[in-house]
Write a protein that binds this ligand. Structure first.
Ligand code: XMP
Length: 509
């Protein structure tokens, strides 16, 4: 088993970034709801706890507070921003609503040595984002660093392994934030057992065998990273006891079906059933234009096809899904707002009789990728860009049919080929083309054209929650545009979407 750091969620935008920084150190990390802390304290793998930042004030009615039992656990604690203010408040200090809000980069000066700041410069840049601040320290705490606006930028308890920072060490604008987090994890929490994909696989294979025994399992395989890693893990654990199903809804990327067949049937011998349901999906999508309606039609049809086809294959006791830890957190977030219904196609109908197996549900994406590589899946698959369950349908504005999807599929293939040629594909979180369903006048040869406009979208992101426009060199864009209008029949204009998320979302629908 691996040592673990817990990150208690108090609602900060950057709490997942904290977890990511820890995972990048090779250390197991769990982002937990702050209300559940007590149930984790018995776990001997937990070596340290981080309280995340949050948008609230400790004096607000209903402000989130950690169960004080955590202070009796003896475990090292690092409070970040709100986390530090809450710890101060609970330990008898005073937090003041800030007249002088601090936001952005600021200089911090170390006053005294601390185990938390070993290896950091005396003067360093940190990133602040707070209105409230600690005005009187709780008994036992000492200031170890100050910034222009706060005398308590970094505090430490004199006898207990408790630390607080008013700034955000997890963001890159805090230049030495990683040094600080490493000090907390390795020097203070003394993490020594790192997380290893190989151990995870051994444990999970044993657990799956133990749970499934001689019963049959069904696993939906979409070709995405999560379902591919899940499928390969199951195949390793129980071989042909698991039946895999790929449903082609007609909105897949270029030659996706052939690629899946080659990767999983030809090269790995999976017991994989390929269902061609294109016609059913296109029939159901006739005349559907409204984005949410489109998603619902696809989601419902997927479930229907899945149920019908699985019934033909026999009785299954279990259904395997590629749920990741981030999916669990996201669906569990109390404050999350539904912007789009991300019903993951391949998701579970509520009234199904199967028992669910979700072998990756404790892993973040990076860890799932490591497991995939360790299981021998090719790099190109493991590092594929995310692809939405409803597929290309939500990249076609207006009605989805063979023709409107063809335009998006062909232009998407060209965009990908050129990004690879320009060595940009791996640097981008997601890139795709959109059939805008807008027509405009053009001229090709001596002929007037009245063709479709395709828009290209490429973004960089950490987790898809927010996104920046990728800075693709004009040469590359021109080459893509040139190829698309020449090679994709019906297209006479190409644009590049230069909107970040927010305010736009990544997908157009
Ligand atoms: P948006 O468009 O909401 O997308 O900014 C954020 C990320 O989620 C992906 N996405 C989906 N993934 N089923 C999925 O599995 C869906 O219905 C879905 N809709 C959006 C999107 O591609 C991006 O990575």
């Amino acid at each position: 088993m691996a040592d673990k750091i817990l990150v208690c969620d108090f609602g900060s935008q950057t709490n997942r970034l904290i977890a990511r920084r820890i995972i990048e150190m090779g250390v197991k990390c769990e982002l937990i709801d702050h209300e559940n802390i007590a149930s984790h304290l018995e776990d001997s793998d937990v070596k340290g706890i981080i309280f995340s930042g949050g948008p609230h004030s400790v004096y607000e009615k209903g402000a989130m507070m950690i169960d004080p039992v955590v202070y009796e656990s003896g475990l090292p604690i690092l409070g970040i921003c709100y986390g530090m203010q809450m710890m101060t408040f609970q330990q008898g200090g005073v937090v003041k609503a800030g007249h002088s809000k601090e936001y952005g980069k600021t200089a911090m000066t170390l006053i005294e040595s601390s185990r938390l700041t070993q290896g950091m410069s005396l003067g360093t840049q940190v990133w602040m984002s707070h209105g409230d601040h600690v005005s009187v320290l709780a008994p036992g705490f000492k200031a170890k660093a100050y910034s222009y606006n706060t005398p308590f930028a970094l505090i430490e308890h004199e006898t207990k392994p408790w630390y607080g920072v008013q700034f955000h060490p997890e963001v890159t604008h805090t230049l030495e934030g990683l040094v600080l987090l490493k000090n907390f994890v390795f020097e203070i929490a003394k993490v020594s057992q790192l997380w290893r994909a190989q151990d995870f696989i051994e444990e999970e294979v044993a657990r799956i065998r133990d749970e499934v025994k001689d019963k049959k399992v069904l696993c939906a395989l979409s070709g995405g990273v999560d379902s591919s890693v899940t499928a390969t893990l199951l195949h390793k654990a129980i071989g042909d006891q698991c039946t895999f199903m790929f449903i082609d809804h007609g909105c897949m990327r270029h030659e996706e079906g052939a690629w899946i067949k080659k990767t999983f049937i030809d090269e790995r011998g999976f017991n994989l059933v390929m269902i061609n349901a294109k016609k059913r999906f296109f029939d159901a999508l006739k005349g559907v234009i409204e984005p949410e309606q489109k998603r619902k039609v696809i989601g419902n049809m997927f479930i229907r096809v899945f149920e019908e086809e699985s019934a033909k294959l026999g009785d299954f006791a279990f259904l395997a899904q590629g749920t990741l830890y981030t999916d669990v957190i996201e669906s569990g977030t109390k404050t999350a707002q539904t912007i789009k219904s991300h019903h993951n196609v391949g998701g579970l109908p509520e009234d199904m009789k199967f028992k669910v197996i979700e072998p990756l549900k404790t892993l973040f994406k990076d860890e799932a990728r490591q497991v995939g590589l360790e299981l021998g899946l090719p790099y190109e698959l493991v590092y594929r860009q995310p692809f939405p369950g409803p597929g290309l349908s939500i990249r076609v504005m207006g009605e989805v049919n063979e023709e409107s999807v063809r335009i998006v599929r062909e232009s998407d293939r060209i965009f990908k080929e050129e990004l690879i040629a320009f060595d940009l594909y791996d640097k981008i979180w997601q890139s795709f083309s959109v059939n805008t369903n807008v027509r405009s006048v053009g001229v090709m040869g001596d002929q007037r054209t009245y063709g479709v406009m395709v828009s290209l979208r490429a973004i960089t992101s950490l987790d898809g929650m927010s996104a920046d426009v990728a800075h693709i060199p004009m040469d590359c864009l021109l080459q893509v545009s040139n190829r698309i209008v020449n090679e994709v029949a019906g297209v006479n204009r190409v644009t590049y979407d230069i909107t970040s998320k927010p305010p736009a979302t990544i997908e157009w629908e």
